[in-house]
Design a protein around this ligand. Sequence first.
Ligand code: PRP
Length: 175
Amino acid sequence: MHSDVERIIYSKEQIENRCIELGKIVSEHYGEETPIVVGLLKGSVPFMAELCKNIECDMEMEFMDVSSYSGTVSNEVKIVKDIEGSVTNRSVLLVEDIIDTGKTLKKVKELMYHKGAKDVKIITLLDKREARVCDVQADWYGFEIPNEFVIGFGLDYNQKYRNLPYIGVIKKSAI
Ligand code: PRP
């Protein structure tokens, strides 16, 4: 375990096993369809990779990078890197490491419909429902977590710890 981690809340094995289950659910849901699976950079990368290994239906992969700026009045979600292909009349699956306030996914979901997607679903490794301020829900999630600051498996603190193979709580001394 990394010396900045206070405790592990989901181990590598637990995450891998949950991704097998989620992969099966997603594969059965889409069946003969070929969804466009969109990972939101950077946090989703490890989950996207683990999930996609377990998706058995045909799928396409895209990545998008959005950043949110907290202004005095409202939060603006800015597209840093957009997807490359068209989503017109396609099913889109948005992949996240965590849904916190929900602001990012609410905006990205709206954007996908605006681009002509026929259906937009959300899958997230972690669902922090207590922190939600927007009316947006995951269609599928790995684990529900309380309102605690977690790192690992894509989640960072000042860009560090994304490479940890587990989800953990950071030590106060490391903040
Ligand atoms: C994190 C996370 C989600 C978003 C969730 O991304 O990966 O995209 O915040 O928060 P929200 O539900 O309150 O919108 P961040 O902007 O930190 O970028 P990152 O993926 O590069 O870490």
